[in-house]
Design a protein around this ligand. Structure first.
Ligand code: XMP
Length: 319
C-alpha cells in the first residue's frame, strides 16, 4: 500500500530528475492545490523555485497576508507578491455581465503573471497544482456536458505561450489526497482544510459592478459568517460557505432610523466534487445569529437572506 510519506519521496526524486538545474515558476492562488504543489517542489529543488502570487484584491479578509507569510516566513520560499488590486478593480469598473467579468479577470491574471515571469528572467518550467479530476475531466466543471455555463478561470494556455514545460506533481491525486499530502508537508490545518475558492474571487460574489467599497463590505460579512460556522463546529461538514452581496437595496429600521442598504445572501452547500450540491440545513437559531451579527456589525447591509437553491438547478457561485 502506497502511503503519502512514500509518495512524497518518490515525487521529490521525480521533480529533481525532471527539472535538473532548471528554473521553475509557480503561480500561487491561495488555494490548497497550488500551495501543496509549491511546497513539494520547494522541498525538491529549493531556490530553483520562484512562486508568483498575483493578488487581484478579490481575496477574503486577511487571506493574501496569510499566503505571503506562510510561504515567505514559514517555508522560506522565494515569493513575488504582486499587488494588482488597482489594476483589477480599474478593469472591472463598469462591468456587470458575469462572463465579461470572468473573462477580464482570467485574461488580466495571465497578463500580470507573464509580466512578472519576464521580470525575474523567465523560467524553464511552469508548476501547476493540476489534480487527477482536472486531467480526466475535459468538460466544464459546471455540470453542463457541452454548453459553457461559466468560463473557468485558469492558466490553461500559459505554458505554450510562455514556452515552458509543465511540472505537475499532483496529477495522480484526488482532492482528499492532496489534503493528506498537505498535512504530511506540514501545511497548517486551517490552510489544508479550507473550502474551495473560485479563481475570480469575490468579483463573482458581487453581482453587478465590483468596487473596492463593495469588496470591503462583502469581506466583513463573509468573515462573520465563516466565524460563526467555525464556532458552531460546522466548517468541515460543509463543502463551501460564503456570503454574496446583492445589487439590491431595501428599507429597514435600526434604532429609530430608517435605513436603505444592501441585501446580503449567505450560501452553504454540501458536495463531493462541486458538480452537484445540496444546501446545508442550518437550524433557524444559527441563521438568525448570523443575520443579526452581519446587520449589526457591517455598515452597508441591512438585510440577510439564506440561499435555498441546490445544484442543479442553481450553480454554487452566483455568477
Ligand atoms: P459552480 O458555481 O459552477 O462552481 O457551481 C463549482 C465549483 O467551482 C468553483 N468555481 C471556480 N473555481 N475558477 C475556479 O478555480 C473558477 O472560475 C470557478 N468558478 C467556480 C466554485 O467555487 C465551486 O467550488
Amino acid at each position: 500500500d502506497w502511503t503519502m510519506a512514500e509518495f512524497r519521496q518518490v515525487k521529490i526524486a521525480e521533480i529533481r530528475e525532471q527539472v535538473g538545474n532548471g528554473r521553475v515558476i509557480c503561480g500561487l492562488s491561495g488555494g490548497v492545490d497550488s500551495a501543496v504543489a509549491a511546497v513539494l517542489i520547494h522541498e525538491a529543488i529549493g531556490d530553483q523555485l520562484t512562486c508568483v502570487f498575483v493578488d487581484h484584491g478579490l481575496m477574503r479578509l486577511g487571506e493574501a497576508e496569510q499566503v505571503v507569510s506562510l510561504f515567505r516566513e514559514h517555508y522560506g520560499i522565494k515569493l513575488v507578491h504582486v499587488n494588482a488590486e488597482e489594476r483589477f478593480l480599474g478593469g472591472l469598473a463598469g462591468l456587470t455581465d458575469p462572463e465579461k467579468k470572468r473573462k477580464f479577470i482570467g485574461g488580466e491574471f495571465i497578463a500580470v503573471f507573464e509580466e512578472e515571469a519576464a521580470k525575474i528572467g523567465g523560467a524553464d518550467f511552469l508548476a501547476q497544482g493540476t489534480l487527477y479530476p482536472d486531467v480526466i475531466e475535459s468538460v466544464s466543471f459546471t455540470g453542463g456536458p457541452s454548453v459553457t455555463i461559466k468560463s473557468h478561470h485558469n492558466v490553461g494556455g500559459l505554458p505554450e505561450r510562455m514556452n515552458m514545460k509543465l511540472v505537475e506533481p499532483l496529477r495522480e491525486l484526488f482532492k482528499d489526497e492532496v489534503r493528506v499530502l498537505g498535512k504530511e508537508l506540514g501545511l497548517p490545518d486551517i490552510f489544508v482544510g479550507r473550502h474551495p475558492f473560485p479563481g475570480p474571487g469575490l468579483a463573482i460574489r458581487i453581482p453587478g459592478e465590483v468596487t473596492k467599497e463593495r469588496c470591503d463590505i462583502l469581506r466583513k460579512a463573509d468573515f462573520i459568517y465563516l466565524e460563526e460556522i467555525r464556532n458552531a463546529g460546522l466548517y468541515d461538514a460543509i463543502w463551501q460557505a460564503f456570503a454574496v452581496l446583492l445589487p439590491v437595496r431595501t428599507v429597514g429600521v435600526m434604532g429609530d432610523h430608517r435605513t436603505y442598504d444592501s441585501v446580503c445572501a449567505v450560501r452553504a452547500v454540501t458536495s463531493t466534487d462541486g458538480m452537484t450540491a445540496d444546501i446545508y440545513p442550518f437550524d433557524a437559531a444559527f441563521l438568525s445569529r448570523v443575520a443579526t451579527r452581519i446587520i449589526n456589525e457591517v455598515k452597508g447591509i441591512n438585510r440577510v437572506v439564506y440561499d435555498y437553491t441546490s445544484k442543479p438547478p442553481g450553480t454554487i457561485e452566483w455568477e
